[in-house]
Design a protein around this ligand. Structure first.
Ligand code: GLN
Length: 501
């Protein structure tokens, strides 16, 4: 009886999802490890298809892994089940997390649920997770964010998306795209739900060598709490919000007046509540996007080398009649057929950046830029970075470090609203695919620096009435605002998120 009920639930989810293509597989059995008694009791959660789940395929939206079923649950999935959550299914994404629009998927593109008949992109690479949450198909969803893949789709679909500090949430059982950047985070319709799920997965895991120890977590948490105590109460007096001037690039200011007007409106509101709005400069921002794509592709090409048709993934042996029967022929056939176009592009770019001729000028240079970007952030925050500075509980108050520093930064999450699918799916040679990479310009700096960042839907500026009735107009589509904090101050970012939403 129970089994029939559950299988009906899976069928009904499949039916509801049909217009969006947010899910790629559905859970058919009830899996309440905790007998439904944990903090996530009655939460249904979608899991991005690059996170391993026992009993459901983990395809990474790639032909390379289309038949792969993991023999174990990723630590994050285990923690969710332990907390009483029900995994409802696996969500669509760009192949191996590489993309910004969820158009590079074995399972086809995801449609943005905001107005499905307008056929706009959901954003990527966690587009399935974002669309599933926006369409109300699950209470929350897990995504991964390497350079913006949670925040960008959250912004396009009008939901909340948190990329936690690097090292807080376990990556054990998460298929790597770029190990030094990958993070697992949460999407939901409101900050409260995001926080609830985040609290359950924010745990040290000795299976993940990059999982940060308790002592560092405590230090950062102490500083975040100090900052919150300074301003939370009746007003926001004491909260210093930095506005980085470099986060209003030409791509944004030339065509997206409605985004600028809405953020201005939000800042007036926060100021009227007592917060100080402080212009700040992060001068290395202009180089962050190029450095990100060099580092992410280099690490990606290395991580994907394991899919050789012998040890992992799709195997395409040469036909017996062929003159080529060598192992290397199996490698090339398997990789040619297993990987999609975008992934191949990244492998070529990354392999080049790591080659002896290019290493110094590309990879090392990108690492130098990464450090400059991180130093810029450390320079503007009043809270020290506990990963790099000597901090002791005894000697410091949160606001002793740099009296002019800010508690958090705020900027638009994206330079535009969701693009039309027909425009971005155009595979003709004239399409400027570089534009897809430019979408990440505002999200990659926090990724390079491992900082917590959350996109929250922003209220449109009510003064802007033009095109209000035109449903096709960009101005009627959701826009997100990002809140970025110092490393480990995720609690502070969430707290400010609650004020803004
Ligand atoms: N769009 C970026 C990329 O393609 C970010 C992807 C991600 O965060 N997974 O690399």
């Amino acid at each position: 009886m129970l089994r029939r009920f559950v299988s009906n639930a899976a069928d009904s989810l499949r039916e509801k999802d049909a217009p969006f293509n947010a899910f790629v597989s559905f859970e058919n059995s009830l899996n309440f490890t905790n007998n439904g008694k944990g903090p996530l009791n009655e939460y249904s959660i979608g899991v991005k298809d690059n996170i391993c789940t026992f009993g459901l395929p983990t395809t990474c939206a790639s032909a390379m892994l289309q038949d792969f079923e993991s023999p174990f649950d990723a630590t994050v999935v285990k923690l969710l089940k332990k907390a009483g959550a029900q995994i409802s299914g696996k969500t669509n994404c760009d192949e191996f997390g590489m993309g910004s629009l969820n158009i590079h998927s074995l399972h086809g593109p995801v449609l943005n649920p905001f107005r499905v008949d307008s056929r706009r992109a959901a954003g990527g690479s966690s587009g399935g997770s974002s669309a599933a949450v926006a369409a109300g198909l699950c209470d929350a969803a897990l995504g991964t964010d390497t350079g913006g893949s949670i925040r960008l789709p959250a912004s396009y679909c009008g939901v909340v998306g948190l990329k936690p500090s690097y090292g807080l949430v376990s990556r054990y059982g998460v298929v790597s795209y770029a190990d030094s950047l990958d993070t697992v985070g949460v999407l939901a319709q409101d900050v409260e739900r995001v926080e609830k799920v985040f609290e359950c997965i924010n745990k040290r895991d000795c299976n993940d060598p990059t999982s940060v120890d308790e002592r560092l977590r405590e230090k950062a948490n102490f500083l975040a709490t100090k900052s919150i105590q300074r301003w939370s109460g009746e007003s926001l007096k004491g909260l210093r919000i930095g506005i980085p001037q470099e986060y209003f690039p030409a791509e944004l200011t030339s065509s997206s007046n409605h985004i600028l007007a809405s953020i201005r409106h939000l800042l007036f509101h926060l100021h009227s509540l007592g917060a100080s709005i402080v212009p700040v400069s992060l001068p290395s921002t202009a180089y962050a996007l190029s450095a990100y794509y060099v580092i992410a592709s280099a690490e990606g090409s290395s991580c994907l080398s394991r899919y050789d048709g012998i040890r992992y993934g799709l195997r395409v042996p040469p036909s017996p009649e062929s003159n080529f029967t060598s192992t290397s022929r199996t490698y090339s056939l398997s990789r040619s057929q297993g990987f999609g176009r975008e992934v191949k592009k990244r492998i070529l770019l990354g392999t080049y950046a790591l080659s002896a001729d290019a290493f110094d000028n590309y990879f090392l240079q990108a690492q130098r830029v990464r450090k400059m970007v991180r130093d810029d952030f450390d320079h503007v925050f009043s809270i020290p970075n506990v990963l790099y500075s000597k901090f002791s509980f005894k000697e410091k108050n949160a606001n002793d470090h740099g009296v002019d520093g800010v508690d958090i930064l705020i900027h638009p999450s994206a330079i535009r609203t969701a693009p039309r699918l027909d425009d971005v799916l155009d595979v003709s040679c004239d399409r400027d695919t570089l534009q897809d990479y430019v979408q990440d310009v505002l999200t990659v700096p926090a990724s390079l620096s491992g900082l917590p960042a959350m996109s929250v839907p922003m209220q449109p500026d009510t003064g802007l009435n033009q095109a209000r009735d035109n449903q096709q107009s960009d101005e009627n589509w959701p826009i997100g605002v990002s809140i970025v904090g110092q490393w480990g101050t995720d609690k502070l970012v969430l707290k400010v998120g609650r004020v803004i939403e």
